[in-house]
Design a protein around this ligand. Sequence first.
Ligand code: FHN
Length: 504
Amino acid sequence: MKKSLLLIFALFTVFVLEGVAQQNSKERLPLKHGAHRIGKRTDTEMQRWREYGLGQFIHWGVYAIPGGQWKGKTTTYAAEWFRSSGLITKEEYDNLYKEFNPTDFDAKQWAKQAKQMGAKYMIFTTKHHDGFCMWPSKYTDYTIANTPYRNDIVKEIVDAYTAEGIDVYLYFSIIDWSHPGYQGGKGITNDDRKMWINYDPFNNKEEKDRYETFKEFTRNQLIELLTNYPAAKGLWFDGSWDGAWMKEAAWVDKLGEELRNMHPGLIIGSRFRADELGKRHVDANGDLIDDYDQRFERNLPNTLAEVGGNDWDCVMTVPENQWGYHRDWSLTYVKTAYDLIEMTVKANALDGNFVINFGPDGKGSIRSEETKIAKEVGEWMAVNGSAVYGTHHSVLDKQDWGYSTQKEDNIYLSVFNKPMNNLVRVKVPKSKDKDMIFVIEKAEFLSLKKSASVQNGGRDKTGSLYYDIVIPKEIQKTDKPFVIKIKLKEVNKGDKEAYQQALT
Ligand code: FHN
C-alpha cells in the first residue's frame, strides 16, 4: 500500500514538474531581437541618467515659423505637425526653411535658463517628422545649412548645454516625410504572431527598394550625429511605430549595436526598435527593450507596479499637446509651474525622470510663459531639489499630503496638499521585527533649515503607526508645495521613551 502511494506521488511530481517546464518554455520565446538584458543597466552612465530627476525637452524646427497659424487661420493640431494640419500646402511647408533665420537664438542663454530651472539633462530635436535637419547633414539638402541662418544649431546647443553641465540627448525622428524612400503609415496593430510574420509593408518591389535607400540614409545620419557631437550622451528616438521600420527588427538591432560600439555608454530608450514579433518597448517576453522605458509620454504612471522595475522617463508638454511653438496657448489648459513640480516629484517617487518641454518661436526666443515656468520651477528646485536629484521611491506608503522620495536614509516628504490643521500625518512602515517600531528621529523643513517639531504618534484604524509633524508659522500661509526631510530610526518597543513617544 505504502509503495503504491509512493509511486503515485512520484508520478504526480514528475507530471507537475514537466507541466511547469513545458509552461515555462512556452512562455519564454527564444527571441533574437528582443531585450538583450534583463533588469537595469548598472554602469556609471546609466547611474548618472537615473539621478537626473529633471530634464528639459526642446522642440524646435521650421514649424516654429507658422506657430500653428497660417493665412489668418489657427490649428488646434500639434504645432510641430503643422505640415499635416490642412492649413498649409505641402509645397508651402517644404519651402519654409528658406525663411528660417532665428536671429534671436542664443544657445548659451537657453542653457543658462535650463540650468536655473534645475534641469540636469536636455533632449533636442535634431530632426522631427518633417525631416528638416537642425545640423548640416551631408546626406540631404533639407538642413539648416541651406537656410539664411546657416549655422549648425545642434552644435551650438550641444556646446552651450554641455558647458553648463547639462547632458544632451539627441532627439531623432525615424519618420521622415522629406525622404523619398520613407514608407509611412503602414503599421499594423495585432497580437497575432503569424499575421505579423507574414505582414509585408510594401505594395511592390520598387517601394521595397526605395525603403532600402531610406534605411541607409537613416543609418548614415545617426552615425553622422554621433561623429559630429561626441559629447551627446544618448539618442532619443521617436516615430519608430512605422510598420516598415518595425519589420526591420534584425537590421535595426544591428544598427543599435553599431551605434553603441562607436559611442561607449550610449543611452537609448525603448522607442528605437521592435522585436521580430513586432512588439515595441517591451518584447514578446515582457522584457524592456534597450535602456529605459519611454511609454509614459504625457502620461505619468500612478504606481510602482506600472513601471515594472524599469528605468523610465516622462516627457510633458506645458499646454495639452503642443510640443513645437504654437502662437495661441489659450486653446487648452496650460500647466502651472506647480503642476509641473508636482509631476516632477511624482515621477521621482516612482523611480522615473521628468522632462518639461519648451517650444521656442521662429526667431529663437523662448516665450514669456515658458520663461516664467522655468523661473518658478527653478526657485523651488533651488530650495527643495534634494527631494528630486538622485532619489527614488521611499519606504513609506503613498500618503494623502503628497509624495515621498528617498536618498540613502533621508526621506523627503513633498507636501502638495497642506492639511488644514497644519499637522502633516506621516504613517511609518511596520518593522519586520515584532519587537521593534519606527520612530521619526529627525525632521527638518528644507526651506527653513531648522528642526521641526514631531508630535506624539498614534495608531490609525488600520493599526499603522503615525506621527504628526507640525507645520511652523513661517510655512502655514504658503501657497507653494514644501518639503520635510526626515530620518527614521528603528527602536525596541521596550525602549520606554521612544515607545511612549510613538504611542501616546
Ligand atoms: O509625434 C511626436 C510629437 O510631435 C512629439 O515629438 C512627441 C514628443 O515625445 N513625440 C511624438 C508623439 O509621440
